[in-house]
Design a protein around this ligand. Structure first.
Ligand code: ATP
Ligand code: MG
Length: 720
């Protein structure tokens, strides 16, 4: 199949796609076709004879990589199965697994997830005897965050605390000791955490010439999307992998950097040209995604950033709907009004082309309840994941012991199901089991009747070492009575989840591969994605790189977005601002922003007033239209709209689309202030339109057929 690059790309994109050998940087704003450029370049390389096996494509999620390969395959007319695509972490896992002996793990290793890590932090604390009787000793989650930050930012624990958690300064020494013990515990249990994956890969590439040489000769081309969100070690890995040829393509947008809290450094993208001398730099300036109305608002969000971004995006999609700011009385009525909006938008857009975005996973719970009631299908990305559910972790813990008997974290989880076994005892049983101390084990099996059957089960499992699906089948059978005892209320739902897990596992031939992927990439999301026509709910972080026709953003209030902590630190505030920019630029045609005026506080059992997010307050008035929930739950246009209404007129129901006009609007007598009657008018460019509102002193809001809402100075309008 012949690809017509010239007609499907603009000149700058074409330049990047046709770039020959050597480093290439594409740096450009949201929706300018960066990812599209990578896709076409992939196709182009393969078309030119580069073997798919020698291309490495690194992106933020496995889903994104899959999608890009799928699209490139679509252009070529055949699949690109050979390309290695995925996240830095999953790539690192693959390499480390092959070289586990070099890492000092004779029998392989397992990967920990968040809750495993907090467990290890708790173990480290108790091993060191720290914090006894000290109620202000930092919580294990806090400690874990700081340890991980210290690694990702490559700064010592003291520096991180000084910068970000001043109040914990008295504990610096304790935490440094915990960091050492935490590392020791991982090593002892043959575990690697996410951060280890990257640092160990770097170490291999640096210290093991054979590994470095073989990887460099394998991958002749490396491509990295969303480069602004890489951290230091990721950038060094790219460099170590590139070798002499330097065929590396990095793509990103400095204004969309949203992972500084995990150590991402914008400097990586800005320093690219000096790190890779001779790099070709391509800037893209046309936005293909959004309407001018959406772009204007997004640009207004960035305009107040401390660090100025050189972005001159333009689009040819003009005449779209104005973005809406909707002030609701409470977070509960927010859910209801969002739901009404979704139903209305669904008349124009398919359900899976509508997305509701939020800062943190819990913020959509109340909406989820309402969606369930109405039977509206949705799929959720980000937030608490399926694999983090307790029952799923339980089942997986059995499999982890099967493949890595030294995995003390998994052991403890499994043993926790035995009646009477607390954390301390579990520890001792694990020690006895791992070290093969038969006597000690015997004492425990006598004390706890359920222990023997469990040990037998695990032992059999380990000896048979079945494939993932068979293993899960046996685990689920053994685990079901425990599940029913632990969750008498909702075990059927959880059982279903486990069956789903089992069917996913059928795609894998090795247990360790299955466990690694489910931890790193969440293949469940891929399975979910098959569900067409389901509304999308997503955290903003998980919405990166994606686009929908309509986007609704929830909870734009202080303390939620931006989050509480961000309001205290300028750098964090800047990151929240970029996050808001990412959220707004996901929309193609419609953007709605929801601002509840009160939030329900569970422990107080009442609603408390909140202030709108600064990101909304600082928007220039002409970048959006505002609606307000009146008493009785209907939406009204506030202030200006009221001026024009004949007194006594009911509130207009503005839930109907902004661009389709409001049929309930009467011609209006245009009370005192409006110099002309509200009716129809003519404009040289936009043609005939309906005047909806007079905006003192001299403007009108007009709805033009085909162009939507515009605010225009009176002298450019000819009134009918
Ligand atoms: P983000 O910063 O959000 O990751 P991006 O720069 O990667 O955005 P893409 O997702 O590649 O942008 O492109 C945005 C949209 O514009 C996509 O729907 C893409 O197909 C479309 N697009 C990009 N370039 C062109 C083009 N030359 N012609 C037609 N459509 C284009
Ligand atoms: Mg992109």
């Amino acid at each position: 199949m012949q690809i017509d690059y010239k007609s499907e790309l603009n000149a700058a994109q074409y330049d990047a796609v046709m770039h020959d050998e050597g480093p290439l940087l594409v740096i450009a704003g949201a929706g300018s076709g960066k990812t599209r450029t990578v896709v076409y370049r992939l196709a182009r390389l393969v078309e030119q004879g580069v073997a798919p096996e020698s291309i490495l494509l690194l992106t933020f999620t496995r889903k994104a990589a899959g999608e890009m390969l799928f699209r490139a395959g679509g252009l070529l007319g055949y699949g690109l199965g050979g390309v290695s695509g995925g996240t830095f972490h999953s790539f690192a896992y693959g390499v480390l697994k092959r070289h586990h002996l070099l890492l000092g793990f004779e029998r392989g290793f397992s990967i920990t997830d968040r809750s495993d890590c907090t467990q290890l932090v708790a173990d480290a604390k108790s091993n060191l005897g720290l914090g006894k009787g000290d109620r202000s000793f930092p919580k294990k989650d806090t400690v874990l965050d700081i340890l991980s930050k210290s690694r990702n930012k490559e700064a010592n624990v003291g520096t991180i605390i000084q910068n970000e958690a001043f109040h914990l300064l008295p504990y610096v020494e304790d935490m440094e000791r915990m960091a050492v013990e935490y590392a020791r515990l991982k090593k002892e249990s043959c575990l690697l955490d996410y951060d280890d994956l990257l640092f160990e890969l770097e170490r291999l590439l640096r210290d093991e010439p054979d590994v470095a040489v073989s990887l460099r000769s394998r991958f002749s081309h490396i491509m990295v999307d969303e480069y602004q969100d890489t951290n230091r070690v990721q950038a060094r890995i790219v460099k170590l992998l590139t070798g002499g040829r330097g065929n590396v393509m990095a793509v990103g947008d400095d204004a969309q950097s949203i992972y500084a809290f995990r150590g991402a450094v914008v400097a990586n993208i800005l320093d690219f040209p000096s790190e890779f001398p001779g790099a070709k730099i391509v800037r893209l300036e046309r936005n293909y995604r959004s309407t001018q109305e959406v772009l204007d608002l997004a640009n207004a969000v960035l305009a107040n950033a401390q660090r100025k971004f050189e972005k001159r995006l333009y689009t040819e999609h003009t005449g779209g709907a104005m973005p809406e700011v909707v002030k609701t009385l409470s977070d509960q009525s927010q859910s209801r009004l969002v739901l009404e909006k979704i139903i209305e938008l669904n008349k124009r857009y398919e359900m899976h082309e509508i997305a509701v975005l939020f800062r943190a996973g819990y913020q959509s719970y109340s909406l989820e309840v309402q969606l369930n009631k109405l039977g509206i299908a949705f799929q959720k990305f980000g937030g608490i994941k399926f694999t983090e559910a307790a029952h799923v972790k339980d089942a997986l813990a059995f499999m982890r012991v099967q493949i890595n008997p030294a995995d003390s974290v998994a052991w403890k989880r499994v043993l926790g199901h035995i009646k009477g076994v607390g954390p301390k005892t579990a520890d001792k049983i694990v020690q006895a089991a791992i070290s093969g101390d038969g006597k000690a084990l015997g004492r425990f099996t006598k004390r706890f009747a359920e222990l023997m059957p469990m040990l037998e089960f695990l032992n059999q499992l380990r000896m048979d070492n079945p494939k993932p699906e068979a293993s899960l089948g046996r685990i689920i059978e053994f685990y079901t009575p425990l599940l029913m005892a632990a969750y008498p209320d909702d075990y059927p739902r959880r059982q279903q989840g486990l069956e789903q897990l089992e069917s996913i596992s059928a795609q894998y031939s090795e247990c360790d591969q299955f466990l690694a992927e489910i931890n790193l990439d969440n293949p469940m999301e891929d399975a979910e994605e098959i569900r067409k026509n389901a509304l999308v709910l997503s955290t903003i972080h998980s919405a990166k790189g994606l686009e929908w026709d309509a986007v609704l953003i929830l909870d734009l209030v202080e303390e939620r977005f931006p989050g509480r902590r961000a309001m205290q630190r300028p750098e964090d505030m800047e990151e929240e601002r970029r996050l808001m920019y990412v959220a707004a630029t996901r929309a193609r045609k419609f953007l709605g922003m929801y601002v509840p005026e009160s939030l329900y506080v569970r422990h107080l059992e009442r609603s408390e007033p909140v202030r709108p997010s600064p990101f909304v307050l600082e928007l220039p008035p002409l970048t959006y239209v505002e609606y307000k929930e009146g008493y009785g739950g209907r939406l009204q246009r506030p202030v200006q709209a009221q001026i024009d209404k004949p007194s006594g007129a009911g509130s207009m129901n503005a839930v109907s689309s902004a661009s389709s006009g409001n049929s309930s609007e009467s011609g209006g007598s245009g009370k005192d202030k409006a110099p002309v009657r509200l009716g129809f008018c003519h404009h040289k460019i936009y043609g005939r339109g309906k005047v909806l509102e007079y905006i003192p002193p001299d403007k009108y809001r007009v709805n033009f057929t085909g162009f939507g809402l515009k605010v225009i100075i009176g002298q450019y309008l000819e009134m009918e």
